[in-house]
Design a protein around this ligand. Structure first.
Ligand code: 5BU
Length: 265
């Protein structure tokens, strides 16, 4: 019997139908409509600066990645305002919390404390180092809220221990929790599954790294050669003289690379 040929869609919006998770579907759809596969992380320490950058860079991005615990002046009003800006400007909030503890602690860190991450960030992430119980505990909090999780499969820093077998374990864990895990934080595409997103930090157009182990490549390399879906850019944008104009530059570079890949793959 002849084998059916299954066409795997390459376009972001067409891929949404393969996602079990609502947040992933929303993200892929808004990426295509807004024509951006750029995520921005303003790793700043002042709430006003964070909110200002969220507003000015918002039109260019599909996702705002935060480290909420960097803020020296966090109040619940900050997360409330971030949520409003995200809604107005059509991007999704991702708190890069990198949960790594045993389930019972990770669950409390996600739901409670002063940040109450689960209430305002539809996406967060977790290391797989402690095994699936971290994912299961986070899911208890996330399920009623409809939140999604990214697994840390690879890191961008020099000497990272996230080798091939580690990344493979992340893929297996993602497949075990399709309703919750929407993809990976990684350096390159790990699996040809249209329903899983590959989101990558370590991207810069003008620098190859910093003095503390960060390693960069261009948006084109990250998307076209390494098969990622979304590039995350921080200092490349917020340390530039004109962050909005620079964000637009990154946006175009990343989007062009996506179009080229989609049309040639
Ligand atoms: P940069 O300013 O573009 O270097 O910021 C990179 C961001 O991505 C920063 O918030 C890191 O916490 C985050 N990051 C990373 O750089 N490398 C990784 O492997 C992971 C996260 Br996981």
């Amino acid at each position: 019997m002849a084998k059916a040929i299954v066409e795997v869609p390459k376009g972001y919006e067409e891929r949404a139908q393969f996602c079990h998770n609502k947040v992933a579907r929303e993200l892929l759809t808004l990426m295509e409509r807004k024509k951006t596969n750029l995520a921005f992380n303003p790793d700043v320490t002042s709430a006003n600066e964070l909110l200002h950058l969220a507003k000015t860079i918002g039109p260019h991005i599909c996702m705002l990645k935060t480290h909420i615990d960097l803020l020296q002046d966090f109040t619940p009003e900050v997360s409330k305002q971030l949520k409003e800006i995200a809604k107005q400007q059509h991007f999704i909030l991702f708190e890069d919390r990198k949960f790594a503890d045993i389930g019972s602690v990770a669950k409390e860190q996600y739901a409670g404390g002063i940040y109450r991450i689960a209430e305002w960030a539809p996406i967060t992430n977790a290391h797989i180092i402690a095994g699936p119980s971290t994912i299961e505990a986070l899911w208890e909090v996330a399920q009623p809220l409809g939140n999604a999780l990214l697994l840390l499969a690879e890191m961008s820093s020099k000497g990272a221990l996230t080798d091939t077998s580690y990344a493979k374990a992340a893929v297996q864990m993602a497949r075990a929790y399709p309703d919750f895990v929407m993809g990976f934080i990684c350096q390159k595409r790990l699996v040809d599954d249209p329903g899983l997103l590959h989101i990558t930090p370590g991207v810069n157009l003008t620098s190859e790294g910093d003095t503390r182990g960060q390693q960069y490549r261009t948006p084109e390399k990250a998307i076209l050669s390494q098969g990622n879906d979304i590039v995350i850019v921080g200092r490349g944008i917020y340390e530039a003289q004109d962050p909005a104009a620079t964000a637009q530059m990154y946006r175009l570079a990343a989007w062009k690379a996506y179009e080229k890949r989609r049309d040639t793959e």
